[in-house]
Design a protein around this ligand. Structure first.
Ligand code: ATP
Length: 424
């Protein structure tokens, strides 16, 4: 069976992954066998999310009635019911629901009625609390399939520590990353010298370690020195996979969805108030503003190095008419040329213009030349992929250290103009 939970926390506390970890332990105590525990990230653009739009799915063997009773009891005991934006949902199904609902919740928007339709169709046990919105995430979580997956080890704090400053040794986190990278990533941001895997919110999470296998996240964890955790859970997850991205074309983007879009740089980057950088991408006569916000730090230097005529693919969410950049692929760099008066061969001084259409003249010896000096300048970037630093990375964004999926390379290298190729 699959047990789904969502929408249990608020900015003031709790975390659905913690409820998942508690439930895993209670299911085991009740004699059920855990097959997998999944941390399922959904559309990062939904406005109702508390933080990272996460839901939980636990795959287990045993009595579904017991599982449902334990899951609802956990939620009723731990969810932040006082917050008006917390609307928990719990679903238990013995049939894996069709995966379309997962993809809809990951890449698009869904309604509670649609979720209930899916749950009814598979004969699931379910309970939605308050406005029942959490049923969307709970249903998406139990419908999920991960063609590509990563892992996250989450350590949780003892209850008496919740809301107090976290005691996690920074040097040990840097050491954990140094020893296990590239098999784990984003525990720290080495370029910017900051810790990424320790939250600052008042929830039960102590730290998280992301990586390619349960063994590697546990290996990294063994280096971390911290206050004593209450418990730890390794989740299988769609984080770091780009599962939210679909190929898109500039003219047909829809608000609140995430895309990989190919086009030509139409206007070089400009830096606006707050250090946010933007440039215009063009495809089939339509412009798209691409944004690299201030928290993307050094990535903005890459964006600033683009010039009109560069052919690129941009990945990110389309919001408020702009694409918020997570990653950038450079397919072809335009030639940047500098045109200046030539240097006089006789006296090695640079000539000056002799007037419109009259070529150039040396002010020292009077020599003349018709042709200017044309120099192709070296570009500051190379073709290839560039990404925002770990500190600015979205949960679903795939770090380059994991490689670029074949379909993304196809989009980048496509010669099809405005029509993005299908996912392969
Ligand atoms: P939590 O840790 O509790 O999951 P969160 O940041 O993940 O916190 P939620 O509090 O779960 O955010 O809020 C997200 C809400 O949006 C949930 O009610 C979920 O069911 C709903 N939701 C998720 N994806 C979609 C979607 N694609 N369309 C509509 N609603 C969605």
């Amino acid at each position: 069976m699959w047990i789904g939970i969502d929408d249990t926390d608020s900015p003031g506390g709790m975390c659905t992954t913690y409820i998942g970890a508690v439930l895993v332990r209670r299911l085991v105590q009740a004699g059920l066998r855990i097959v997998d525990a999944r941390l399922v990230r959904l559309n990062p653009n939904v406005i109702h999310k508390t933080r990272g739009n996460a839901a939980i799915s636990i795959e287990a063997d045993g009595d579904p009635e017991t599982a449902f009773a334990l899951a609802t009891a956990c939620v009723e005991e731990l969810a932040q019911f006082d917050d008006k934006k917390t609307n928990p949902g719990v679903a238990v199904s013995e049939i894996h629901p069709p995966l379309d609902f997962y993809y809809a919740a990951l890449r698009d928007y869904c309604t509670v009625d649609e979720a209930v339709g899916v749950l009814e169709a598979v004969g699931a046990r379910y309970r939605g609390y308050k406005n029942r919105r959490g049923l969307i995430g709970a249903t998406a979580a139990i419908s999920s399939v991960f063609p590509n997956q990563t892992y996250e080890l989450l350590a949780y704090r003892k209850r008496e520590m919740w809301g107090t400053p976290r005691q996690v040794d920074t040097a040990s986190l840097f050491r954990a990353e140094e020893v296990t990278y590239p098999h784990t990533w984003d525990t720290v941001d080495r370029e910017n010298g900051v810790v990424v895997g320790v939250p600052h919110t008042p929830d039960p999470v102590l730290f998280g370690i992301r990586g390619e296998s349960p063994a590697w996240v546990k290996e990294a964890r063994s280096y971390v020195r911290s206050e004593e955790p209450a418990c730890e859970q390794v989740y299988t997850t769609n984080q770091g996979t780009d599962a939210h991205l679909v190929p898109g074309s500039v003219a047909t983007l829809r608000e609140g969805r995430s895309y990989l879009v190919r086009g030509t740089v139409a206007q070089a980057a400009a830096t606006g108030p707050g250090g946010h950088v933007s440039f215009l991408l063009k495809d089939c006569g339509v412009d798209l503003r691409c944004m690299a916000y201030e928290p993307t730090k050094g990535f903005r230097a890459i964006v600033r190095a683009l010039v009109p005529g560069d052919v690129v693919a941009t990945a990110g969410s389309y919001k408020g008419g702009s694409l918020n950049l997570e990653k950038l692929g450079v397919a072809r760099l335009a030639d940047v040329v500098r045109i200046r008066p030539p240097v006089c061969p006789g006296c090695a001084k640079r000539m000056t213009s002799a007037g419109t259409g009259k070529g150039y003249k040396c002010r020292v010896c009077g020599a003349r030349s018709r042709e200017p000096e044309v120099k192709v300048l070296e570009r500051r970037i190379q073709p290839g992929w560039y990404e925002v630093p770990p500190t600015a990375r979205r949960h679903l964004a795939r770090p380059l250290v994991r490689g670029v999926p074949a379909w993304e390379e196809v989009v980048l290298q496509s010669s099809q103009g405005c029509d993005a190729p299908p996912i392969t």
